[in-house]
Design a binder for this molecule. Structure first.
Ligand SMILES: *Cc1c(COP(=O)(O)O)cnc(C)c1O
Length: 221
């Protein structure tokens, strides 16, 4: 099941209309080590966690050395547990968090890479900078000594109304292109979950974060 899902998704997810390779990140919250390792054995190269505790509990048991992403809301007092172990901090949604990652990275003698999260639907329930403040936030974060901005991350609203989703996804690509025009090293527009990844890739996303379509419906205890 997991193996088949991964193979099918890796065949389906190739390039976006801009000719960019699309990276598939497995969203592993609530999944067992066994399931995660099966997905990796089937070809998953990148995994993304939401919870620091889960990340830490499973860290040493994950096989195959995937790249580790952090994709969930991150409290500043937990940043210290992720330093040096995270390929990409995708959910940098406030300056205070960026400052903490930069400070802790500098102290550890490393430079960390991040995406700046944008609240594209302007939703109270979601984190992220306001769209209009997005570029300014990227500039401020890029100026921090031990943190590099590699792109943007967004979650679209939970609806299957394409008339709502498509314009928002295109606005994110426009912001991404503006950012690329201004800074070096911009590589990732992370946008797309199990329900909307096809639309997101069509609109120019080059990184999707999938949980349900790899592992099936999540069970929360
Ligand atoms: C859980 C999660 C996903 C994956 O969601 P699915 O709908 O299961 O694919 C992607 N991004 C973030 C930030 C998540 O928390």
């Amino acid at each position: 099941m997991i193996e088949e899902n991964v193979k099918k998704l890796l065949e389906e997810i190739k390039e976006n209309p801009y000719g960019e390779k699309v990276t598939l990140v497995a969203a592993v919250k609530t999944q067992t080590v066994e399931s995660i390792n099966r997905a990796i054995a089937a070809g998953i190269t990148d995994i993304g966690d939401n919870h620091v505790q889960e990340f830490r509990d499973k860290y040493d048991e994950i096989t195959g050395s995937p790249r580790r992403h952090f994709i969930g809301h991150l409290q500043t007092n937990k940043v210290k547990y992720l330093i040096g172990k995270t390929f990409l901090y995708q959910s940098v949604d406030r300056l205070e968090l960026a400052e903490e990652i930069s400070k802790r990275s500098a102290r550890a003698g490393v430079t960390s890479d991040c995406l700046v999260q944008i609240n594209i639907g302007n939703e109270e329930t979601k984190g992220g900078f306001e769209y209009e403040y997005g570029l300014d936030a990227c500039r401020k974060i890029a100026a921090m000594p031990a943190l590099k901005v590699k792109g943007l991350m967004a979650m679209l609203p939970f609806t299957d109304d394409e008339a709502v989703l498509r314009p928002l996804a295109k606005k994110m690509r426009a912001l991404y292109d503006a950012l690329r025009g201004e800074m070096d090293g911009i590589e990732y527009l992370s946008m797309g979950m199990s329900g909307d990844w096809k639309l997101c890739v069509e609109c120019g996303s080059n990184m999707v974060r999938l949980g349900t379509s790899i592992f099936g419906t999540r069970r929360y205890n």
